[in-house]
Design a protein around this ligand. Sequence first.
Ligand SMILES: [Ca+2]
Length: 163
Amino acid sequence: MTGARRRITAQMPRAAGRGFTLVELIIVIAVIAILVGIALPRLRGMIDEGNTAKAAAELRALQAAVESYYIHNSKTYPSTGATWQSALTSARPKLIGSALTDPFSTSSAQYQFAKSSNIYYIIWSVGPDNTADVTGIDSSGNLTGTADDDIYVSNGTSGTGGF
Ligand SMILES: [Ca+2]
């Protein structure tokens, strides 16, 4: 034991004094860069999965609130617009406690809402690409634009989809 300890302490000052060579530093930095390169996409994917699950749950809640609004407001859906959820938060009794924002929106925008002739509606999240691929819903209940990675709920013929 004493011999081993002496040997280690004898080598320590020399190793500490020598430091790292440039090649050793480059290798360490390269290994760290490779590990970060592997970890970041996985982390990004996990964040997207979490946000997708959150959006799906919140869209279902919004769909229930919109259906309730329709029943209690002479068969009309809320008005569209960037702050369309204010119709749900200001309803008495409240249909949702506070406006829900799209987890994929970098500007913390509300989920988007469109309707057609107070018959069909669609509520959607822009999805992981942060771009609204859905543009609305037509008078036949078909979503307009493309679904792409958008997450949506609708009472139209396109049905409930995206998750
Ligand atoms: Ca999208």
